[in-house]
Design a binder for this molecule. Structure first.
Ligand code: HEC
Length: 195
């Protein structure tokens, strides 16, 4: 029993020490990860492209992931280059200068129709008569019919421009349909302009 106070002290000291260790992990800087034990276990010694802590001394901008040269085009993405801005002037220019790389073949029109029914018919209607279900339900204002005075002679370049950037109430469909799909849809829409 003589040892009792001493043993108690030891317990108290270790509790204090452990809780201090715990608190020392909290720093005022919310971005700080606090003290790390064996940091090499968290941070790769090798240069990793997707994670980086310190500036890389071997690259020009200090980043591990070297940026592609300006103007680089990813493989297979050539048709994503569309050098027209989302402006009224470039909309007009697109109407004069942008033409479909795809012919009006049966396959292109059929695939265009499939995509049109999937993405566009909800407003424009299956036959482009502006009678899609959400327009009929009065949830969305009616677009002009494709065979209307306003759209029956709309050049394909303007269509491509409008699908890419959107037009007034119609949003952009650039993330839903890739450029070649847009042209297939346009081949189908052109059959609706003539009806
Ligand atoms: C949410 C309803 C909605 C959907 C979905 C929609 N549109 Fe439209 N679209 C409109 C409206 C509204 C207009 C009229 C825009 C204006 O000129 O004010 C329009 C206009 C157009 C025009 C004429 C653009 C111009 O330059 O005058 C084309 C072409 C067109 N849409 C094609 C499509 C295609 C292709 C799709 C599918 C990829 C599509 N739309 C999906 C509502 C929609």
């Amino acid at each position: 029993m003589k040892n009792f106070p001493f043993a108690l002290n030891l317990t108290a000291v270790s509790i204090l020490a452990i809780s201090m260790l715990g608190f020392s992990g909290c720093s005022k800087d919310p971005n700080s990860t606090g003290i790390e034990y064996a940091p090499n276990m968290y941070h790769s010694v090798a240069y990793e492209s997707l994670t980086q802590r310190d500036p890389n001394p071997h690259t020009r901008d200090g980043k591990n992931m070297i940026e592609p040269v300006k103007g680089t085009i990813a493989r297979g993405q050539l048709d994503y280059i569309y050098p027209y801005a989302n402006t009224p002037e470039d909309y007009e220019r697109a109407g004069l200068e942008v033409f479909s790389p795809l012919d009006s073949t049966e396959e292109n029109i059929a695939e265009g129709k499939r995509l049109f029914l999937q993405y566009c018919a909800v407003c424009h209607g299956e036959n482009g008569m502006a009678d899609g279900p959400i327009v009929v339900a009065e949830k969305f204002p009616a677009p002009p019919a494709y065979n209307s005075e306003r759209l029956k002679n709309l050049p394909e370049g303007k269509m491509f421009h409008s699908i890419t950037y959107g037009k007034n109430l119609m949003g952009s469909y650039a993330s839903q349909v890739n450029p070649s799909e847009r042209w297939k849809i346009i081949r189908f829409v052109q059959t609706l302009q003539k009806q």
